[in-house]
Design a protein around this ligand. Structure first.
Ligand code: BTN
Length: 316
């Protein structure tokens, strides 16, 4: 949304305000005010016009303008009813120089998960990708992913789900005795381009099963609907973005918050890596997003892999 339209919207929210007064305040013509009001109506905002002037009566349920309205983070939103993958669209935008843009879709037809897996993305979930250009070396990028996992976990907790983070960046609802530690609620897929010393762009893809029927999900997945009931997706997206924005430039806060919400730390784990399985007690996470595992042979720092939370009986 451009700055003037945002200013018109803010004025309507504080309304009633007469068209001529608004035109004067913003230094634009009355026709321009009228055009902005019509464009806002087209975007789904309910704008009442009475003798005292215009008033904002209702906000659209979802979409770019709906999310941008009242968003306390400097991000533009691009919305699509359907996309193959918001990460793919975000990569296109990143390659053309965009920054601080969120690509949001109601549904994805080719959602991608980590390790080349498919990611089911029906209407009702939150599927979005952030395009960022942090001025950091590639080694710092995992912190961005950790920040996204914290932001999603906080938003799902506030929605009433008993969520926690499973290494590396899954948001789960822990279940006693579950093979994978619990049922998956959300995931983060980060992609980047850059050189050894500096990142060119980072795309942080976030998928959350929000208002999704549990029957349509895999047996080891869950949704906010199943855990706590439906939430307003607009407010949910805003909460994730605002929390992420709070954390993104504060590495210490990210690590502390991640550790605080981690279901994996303190667990006996088996991590399947390309070099074989690592079994032991998960004791910490590093600033590079690696899991520190205390094995029978000493400490191992695991950078990537699939992590299983073992029941005590599984031993290892
Ligand atoms: C995982 O495997 O846990 C990561 C899943 C990430 C899914 C999200 S949904 C929005 C974005 N677009 C994609 O295609 N994937 C990510």
């Amino acid at each position: 949304m451009n700055e003037t339209r945002r200013a018109v919207l803010d004025a309507l929210a504080d309304g009633p305000i007469a068209g001529p007064a608004l035109a004067d305040d913003l230094g634009i013509s009355r026709t321009a005010v009228w055009k902005h009001v019509e464009a806002l109506r087209d975007a789904g905002f309910e704008v009442e016009s009475a003798s005292e002037g215009y008033t904002l009566a209702d906000v659209p349920e979802y979409g770019a303008e709906a999310v941008e309205f009242g968003l306390d983070a400097p991000l533009d939103v691009e919305y699509h009813d359907a996309l193959p993958s918001t990460n793919d669209r975000a990569r296109e935008l990143a390659a053309s120089g965009a920054s601080d843009v969120v690509v949001l879709a109601d549904r994805q037809t080719g959602g991608r998960g980590r390790r080349g897996r498919q990611w089911s993305s029906p209407s009702g979930g939150v599927w979005m990708s952030l395009v960022l250009r942090p001025d950091v070396p590639p080694a710092r990028v995992p912190l961005v992913t950790l920040a996204a996992a914290v932001a999603v976990t906080d938003a799902t907790r506030e929605a009433g789900a008993d969520a926690a983070i499973k290494w590396p960046n899954d948001c789960i609802v822990p279940r006693e005795g579950a093979e994978r530690g619990g049922d998956k609620l959300a995931g983060v897929l980060t992609e980047m381009e850059g050189e050894a010393s500096r990142v060119s762009w980072v795309v942080v893809g976030v998928g959350v099963n929000v208002n999704v029927d549990p029957e349509t999900l895999a047996s080891d997945a869950t949704s906010v609907r199943a855990e706590a009931g439906d939430v307003e997706r607009r407010a949910f997206v805003q909460r994730v973005l605002e929390r992420f924005h709070e954390l993104r430039d504060d590495p210490d806060a990210v690590l502390d918050a991640w550790r605080d919400r981690a279901a994996t730390l303190g667990q006996r784990v088996r991590v399947e890596t390309v070099d074989g399985d690592v079994v032991g007690d998960a004791v910490d996470v590093t600033e590079h997003g690696a899991l520190v595992v205390q094995t029978a042979d000493g400490r191992e720092v695991v950078h990537a892999g699939d992590c299983q939370h073992l029941r005590p009986a599984d031993g290892g």
